[in-house]
Design a protein around this ligand. Structure first.
Ligand code: ATP
Length: 232
């Protein structure tokens, strides 16, 4: 079966001329449908850069990076935008809109899905909030929710459109041990239900066991790729 993400000889540079600095070196990686892959590595090793390239949030410069069969290296802005629509994103600081309720925040995850009516969007968003255990908080604003609850709203927003790929950057960094654990277990359950693929960047050793595979980044290079839950 074709990998969901296929990366070959990917290099990436920031800056120009004398300030040009290489941050990714000859990265090769394949991620398959339904896999949960965790990427770890020291600060500044290039994890977020790689994640944003895979998500179509920045343009790959050299090598090959295919997402769902689409080559992103040399892709147009319109093609990158299309790629972004296949993805759900979850970030460290949840990025919720403070002036919108939980329901309105989740509904934003459906706004590019033009075939749905407003009523359908609201119904699906409410159902998703129910699913993440916040059925009784749908009209709360983010400031009235705990850190773990906010992150669950962010998960609901990322998954409400049933994306094929979920990219998560340090989703537990701002959470205590129990909330962090709850959040990743929830991501794992939803991903299994929806058959989506997760790539999760983390420094949090407490959640490594949810991964099928752990890849290690060091100084812009992938140094290790270990398969864990072979039988899972
Ligand atoms: N927009 C940018 N312009 C210039 N350099 C950048 C930019 N973004 C990242 N870098 C540099 O690229 C390298 C990799 O950064 P990146 O954020 O990908 O690392 P990381 O492994 O995600 O780090 P952390 O774990 O601290 O988030 C670092 O040296 C960083 O300073």
């Amino acid at each position: 079966m074709q990998p969901v993400i296929s990366i070959r000889n990917l290099n990436h540079y920031f800056g120009r001329d004398q300030l040009r600095k290489q941050v990714l070196f000859d990265v090769n990686l394949e991620i398959h449908v339904g896999e949960i892959v965790i990427m770890t590595g020291p600060s500044g090793s290039g994890k977020t850069t790689l994640l944003t390239l895979m998500g179509g949030l920045r343009s790959p410069q050299s090598g090959s990076l295919k997402v769902l069969g689409q080559e992103l290296c040399g892709a147009s802005a319109a093609e990158l935008t299309l790629t972004r629509r296949h993805n759900g994103y979850i970030f460290q600081s949840h990025n919720l809109h403070h002036s919108l309720t939980a329901l309105q925040n989740v509904k934003m995850g459906l706004e590019l899905h033009f075939h749905l009516s407003l009523r359908e969007m609201e119904a699906r968003s409410a159902e998703m909030l129910e699913h993440v255990g916040l059925g009784n908080r749908i009209n709360y604003f983010p400031d009235d929710l705990s850190g773990g609850q906010k992150q669950r709203v962010a998960i609901a927003r990322a998954l409400v459109s049933h994306p094929k790929i979920v990219l998560a950057d340090e989703p537990t960094a701002a959470l205590d041990k129990k909330s962090g654990r709850d959040v990743v277990t929830l991501m794992q359950t939803l991903a299994r239900e929806q058959g989506c693929t997760i790539l999760l960047v983390t420094h949090d050793n407490r959640i490594l066991d949810i991964a099928d595979r752990i890849v290690q980044m060091e100084d812009g290079k992938l140094t290790n790729d270990s398969v864990l839950n072979v039988a899972a």
